[in-house]
Design a protein around this ligand. Structure first.
Ligand SMILES: Nc1ncnc2c1ncn2[C@@H]1O[C@H](COP(=O)(O)OP(=O)(O)OP(=O)(O)O)[C@@H](O)[C@H]1O
Ligand SMILES: [Mg+2]
Length: 625
């Protein structure tokens, strides 16, 4: 074969290979062009998932006949000023999308500038250009793409079902629409309108909230904290989902850099890092985050489809993201996702309370339904009457207890009742199954899983104590460290062979966590002090479990790497675990602690530690609303 320069048509087809890999990619390019053209309204139609037909119409600045001729030429763009690639403010800049699409399809571009007498259309079929010629169009630009990939049959074979291809296109539109709430979008599959997003009239922040609600329902923003942080000229804003609203897949992670949707490893990694403490590895937070940076800080010219970027200072970006999300979540305090309450309400309903009204109608009024659901309700009813009959399994508190802070005795119980409203988690009213605390808040009720909550408190407290151990000696006591309490009688714990050595080898690390142990002869340790925040501790069980934990950890890795597990182990052996009766004062103390602790609304694995039911929800259950 001889060495030759490829003909233009072939060059464009090769370029099309990377720029338009599927119908959704063509849609993305065309919508980006419309956005760059300043459109306020963009209408998109696909047929057969975009395989047979794509149309994108806009009301943007449009093109003259001469401009149309240039627009479908390779490397022709109106978006680069001079020869500077460091200040790109538009979505497009490569001058490749239209010629690439035209090289592999039958494309027509029709356009009419404002004030122009007539519209012009140019056609490109498999790379061959005809026109421009006069045409009919109100204003703006309309691009129609038929038979995508007819000229490259190999690519056709790689396309998925119409449904899947449509979903890809919808995803592309969704992402661009999120970044531009000021633009109205419609998306149709030829038969049905699948998206109808009206332009938001509000400011950017509120506009984004509205757009997110249009796209994902009101829950998305309701179950998220608003983020707005700046660092050295960078700004991060948007919404970060509550851990309790996390999902099994990362499909609701939307990241934008200067209005450009990106799928960037660095950004995704930073989000993961920000949630590391509050989410299990296989859970993914929902986020919609917008990073604004000076254009010179970002290199967008690293990927043909422009979905990846490089940052001049990746560390700065990561720091901003991790810091802003963590701060936002910590500020969320004891909020959990509304879906958690909804699930609880749903369970109540299934339990026969609401839907039961219809279920009961067949039984003649007043009869409880039979079977499981009915029993659940009957049990609940019995439980609520239990204290009156003096039965166990339920602890009624009689007179309302005051919310008392940790350490204060029940002596202060009488005062402060009027303050209940000022406490987000309200006042404890009862304990169920020795496991759940029921509290009344100013606008509803809260059910707290005392064990999960306590585990979270222990973790957060130990973690913050370790972080503030700033004199660096690792003893945990330098900067206020994990406070220890001295055991009146030191406890000797016999261990399996090898376990005692493993434990004592980590005596310093354990001391930093508040546990003071020393070797005690062969195969035993003596425990002298325990973490104060655990309260009364079952020392033997704790030490044995920690020995197991250390064994699975392996040598050479710090206990703090598995702080989550270590803290969970500790919390398991403290006095506030599931299955223990708590006094009213203890319950209130736990609630107050939760309010004061960041991320207290979920345990370390993103499970909720509490469920909140609004008064209105409760009233709905009983048909009062
Ligand atoms: N909808 C439109 N309204 C007005 N002008 C358009 C529109 N679509 C394309 N153009 C013009 O055609 C040119 C070429 O578009 P094309 O998408 O091929 O390249 P680009 O947007 O400049 O860069 P990229 O290849 O990165 O998208 C644009 O620079 C713009 O001037
Ligand atoms: Mg473009």
């Amino acid at each position: 074969m001889s060495l030759r320069v490829l003909p233009e048509i072939l060059i464009n087809r090769i370029a099309a290979g990377e720029v338009v890999e599927r119908p959704g990619a063509a849609v993305k390019e065309l919508v980006e062009n419309a956005i760059d053209a300043g459109a306020t309204r963009i209408e998109i139609t696909l047929r057969d998932g975009g395989k047979s037909f794509i149309a994108v119409g806009d009301n943007g600045c449009a093109m003259s006949a001469d401009e149309l001729t240039l627009a479908v030429k390779r490397h022709a763009t109106s978006k680069l000023d001079g020869d500077d690639l460091t200040h790109i403010e538009t979505l497009g800049f490569r001058g490749e999308a239209l010629p690439s699409i035209g090289a592999v399809s039958r494309m027509t571009v029709t356009s009419r500038k404002v004030g122009c007498e007539e519209a012009f259309a140019i056609a490109v079929e498999g790379g061959r250009v005809t026109g421009p010629a006069p045409a009919a169009l109100g204003r703006g630009t309309r691009v129609e793409v038929r038979d995508l990939f007819f000229a490259t049959p190999a690519r056709l074979k790689f396309l998925k079902t119409d449904r899947t291809e449509f979903a890809h296109a919808q995803d592309a539109v969704t992402r661009l629409a999120m970044a531009h709430p000021e633009i109205g979008f419609t998306l149709s599959d030829g038969d049905r309108q699948r998206l109808n997003l009206t332009a938001a009239q509000a400011d950017l922040f509120e506009g984004r909230r509205q757009r997110l609600a249009q796209l994902f329902g009101a829950d998305f923003a309701a179950d998220a904290v608003a983020i707005d942080a700046t660092r050295e000229g960078l700004r991060l804003s948007g919404f970060a989902g509550l851990p309790t609203a996390a999902r099994r897949t990362a499909d609701r992670q939307y990241l934008f850099v200067n209005g450009r949707p990106v799928r960037d490893r660095l950004l995704v990694g930073a989000v993961r890092g920000a949630y590391a403490d509050v989410l299990a590895r296989d859970r993914h937070a929902m986020v919609a985050l917008f990073l604004e940076a000076p254009s010179a800080f970002v290199d967008v010219n690293v990927h043909p489809a422009k979905t990846e970027v490089r940052f001049r200072d990746a560390g700065l970006v990561r720091g901003l993201i991790v810091g802003a999300i963590r701060h936002g979540l910590a500020g969320a305090g004891v909020r959990t996702a509304s879906s958690v309450s909804d699930a609880a309400l749903g369970a109540f309903r299934q339990g026969g309370v609401v839907s039961g009204q219809t279920a009961w109608s067949g039984h003649g009024g007043g009869h409880l339904p039979r079977g499981h659901t009915g029993r659940g309700l009957a049990e609940a009813a019995a439980a609520f009457q239990a204290p009156l009959r003096g039965e166990s399994g339920f602890q009624g508190l009689g007179a309302p207890e005051a919310p008392v802070p940790f350490g204060d005795g029940p002596g202060q119980a009488e005062e402060g009742m009027r303050d209940v409203e000022s406490y987000p988690l309200g006042a404890a009213r009862a304990q169920l199954f020795d496991t759940y605390i029921i509290a009344e808040t100013h606008d509803g009720m809260v059910i707290v899983d005392q064990h999960a909550a306590h585990e979270r408190l222990v973790y957060e407290r130990i973690r913050s104590a370790m972080v503030t151990d700033d004199n660096g000696d690792g003893d945990g006591n330098g900067g206020g460290g994990v406070a220890r309490q001295i055991l009146l009688i030191p406890e000797v714990v016999e261990l399996e062979p090898g376990a005692a050595e493993r434990l004592t080898a980590r005596a310093d690390e354990l001391a930093a966590l508040g546990l003071l142990i020393e070797p005690f002869g062969d195969g035993a340790v003596v425990v002298r002090e325990t973490p104060a925040l655990l309260g009364e501790v079952a020392v033997e069980g704790l030490v044995k479990d920690l020995a197991d934990e250390i064994e699975t950890l392996g040598e050479g890795r710090a206990l703090s790497e598995r702080l989550e597990n270590v803290c969970a182990t500790m919390a398991c052996h403290s006095s506030v675990r599931a299955g223990r009766r708590l006094t009213g004062a203890e319950m209130n103390a736990l609630l107050r602690e939760m309010e004061a602790t960041p991320n207290a609304a979920q345990c370390g694995h993103g499970r909720p530690t509490l469920v909140h039911l609004n008064r209105t929800d409760i009233e709905k259950l009983f048909g009062r609303r």
